[in-house]
Design a binder for this molecule. Structure first.
Ligand SMILES: *Cc1c(COP(=O)(O)O)cnc(C)c1O
Length: 346
C-alpha cells in the first residue's frame, strides 16, 4: 500500500544522456536519499553513463555507491580526523578544507587522493587564499595525490563568474599540480565562459538535482487510497476527535511523516485581511483544515488532520468524486526529503 515514485525509464535515461552530452565533464552527485531514487540505483546509472567519477555526500555513503560503480568516488564532505566512517581506498578521493586535515592525511603512507576545497562566499568549508598556497607546498612535500580544487558556489540568481574568477586567481597562485576544478551550481553558460577564460583547466560540474530530477514530468509520485469514510456535518473523526464541518468523505491515503509528507502552508492568506475574507467565505480552511500535497482529479485537497506516521487523512467535500480503495492519487513531494515505499522504473 505504497507511496510510489514512478519513473518513465526511457525518458529518464534520455534526459541523463542529454545531460552528459551537454556536460561531458560531469561528476554525478549521489547522496542522502539518492534524490528519492536511492544511491545504489544512481551509482549503477553513473556507471551506465560511463563517467569516471561519482560524488557521494559522506564517507558512510561510499559503501552504497562503490560496489555498483567502477570509477573514483569523490566524498563531498570534507575529511575530519574524528570521522569514524572515513574510508581509505585507492578509489576514494577525499575533500580537504583545513591545513590540519592535510597534515593528518599526509602522515599516512598510502598517499590518499585529495581535492583541496577553496572556501567560497557560502562560507561552508574550505581553505582561504593564503592557506591554499600553504596547502600547495604541503601536498608537494607530503606526496599527496592532488586530484583537483573544489569550489562550492551558492544557489544564486546572479552570475557566479566574477566570484569564480577571483577564486581562480588564488588557485593559479597556489601553483597546484592539478588542472581539475570541481564546481557546483554553475550554469552551462557560466561553465562555458570559464572554460574559455581558463583553457589550461578542466571544469568538472558536480550535479545532482538537475541530472537525476531534471525531467520531473517523467517521475510522477502517487499515493494509494486505503480507505474512504462518508461523514455528515458534526461527525467525529481523527486522533483529536475533530468534527466534520460539513458532509463529505474522510479519505485515507498512503504517505505520512515517515515518508517525509509534511504540512503545507495554510491555504488561508497570509495577511489578516485575506484571512478575514477566507473566514467570510466560510471556507474549509477557515475550519482549520490545511492544504495537503495530495491532488485528486486535478484539485489539491485539504488534510482532515495533520499527517500520521505512514498515512494521511484527507477531507473531500460532498459532491467530489470519491476515488476507490486501491486507486492511486497524485502527490507533490520534495524528492530529496521523501522516502518512497517503492520506486518503479518502467
Ligand atoms: C549536493 C552537492 C552538489 C549537488 O547539488 P545539486 O543542487 O543537487 O546539484 C554539488 N556540490 C556539493 C558540494 C554538494 O554538496
Amino acid at each position: 500500500m505504497p507511496l510510489t515514485l514512478y519513473v518513465d525509464g526511457d525518458r529518464w535515461r534520455a534526459h541523463l544522456r542529454a545531460m552528459l552530452a551537454t556536460h561531458p565533464q560531469i561528476v554525478p552527485v549521489a547522496k542522502g536519499n539518492g534524490y528519492g531514487l536511492g544511491i545504489p540505483r544512481l551509482a549503477r546509472k553513473a556507471g551506465w553513463l560511463g563517467v569516471d567519477t561519482l560524488a557521494v555526500g559522506s564517507y558512510r555513503e561510499v559503501s552504497e555507491a562503490a560496489p555498483r560503480f567502477d570509477g573514483s568516488v569523490l566524498v563531498l564532505s570534507p575529511y575530519r580526523q574524528f570521522d569514524e566512517a572515513a574510508v581509505f581506498d585507492k578509489r576514494v578521493i577525499h575533500t580537504v578544507g583545513r591545513l590540519q586535515d592535510i597534515e593528518q592525511l599526509a602522515s599516512r603512507d598510502d598517499r590518499p587522493r585529495v581535492v583541496l576545497e577553496r572556501v567560497t562566499s557560502m562560507l561552508r568549508h574550505g581553505l582561504d587564499a593564503a592557506d591554499l598556497r600553504r596547502a600547495g607546498r604541503m601536498v608537494a612535500d607530503a606526496g599527496l595525490q592532488v586530484e583537483g580544487v573544489a569550489l562550492h558556489l551558492p544557489l544564486s540568481q546572479r552570475s557566479h563568474v566574477a566570484e569564480v574568477e577571483r577564486l581562480m586567481t588564488d588557485v593559479v597562485a597556489a601553483g597546484l599540480p592539478t588542472e581539475q576544478i570541481f564546481v557546483s551550481h554553475l550554469t552551462r553558460a557560466e561553465l562555458h565562459t570559464l572554460a574559455n577564460a581558463y583553457p589550461d583547466y578542466s571544469f568538472r560540474p558536480r550535479i545532482g538535482t538537475e541530472l537525476w530530477l531534471g525531467d520531473r514530468e517523467a517521475m510522477p509520485v502517487r499515493a494509494t487510497v486505503l480507505d474512504a469514510h462518508g461523514v455528515e456535518r458534526g461527525d467525529v473523526f481523527g486522533y483529536r476527535g475533530r468534527t466534520a464541518p460539513r458532509a463529505g468523505t474522510i479519505l485515507v491515503v498512503s504517505g505520512g511523516t515517515a515518508n517525509g509528507i509534511g504540512l503545507e502552508a495554510p491555504s488561508g492568506g497570509a495577511t489578516l485581511k485575506q484571512r478575514a475574507t477566507v473566514i467570510a467565505r466560510g471556507g474549509l480552511d477557515a475550519a482549520g483544515f490545511v492544504r495537503s500535497p495530495f491532488t485528486i482529479d486535478g484539485k489539491q485537497r485539504l488534510f482532515a488532520e495533520p499527517p500520521h506516521m505512514q498515512i494521511s487523512m484527507l477531507y473531500l467535500p460532498a459532491g467530489a468524486r470519491v476515488p476507490h480503495v486501491g486507486e492511486e492519487v497524485a502527490v507533490r513531494v520534495r524528492y530529496t526529503a521523501t522516502s518512497f515505499d517503492q520506486v518503479v522504473v518502467s
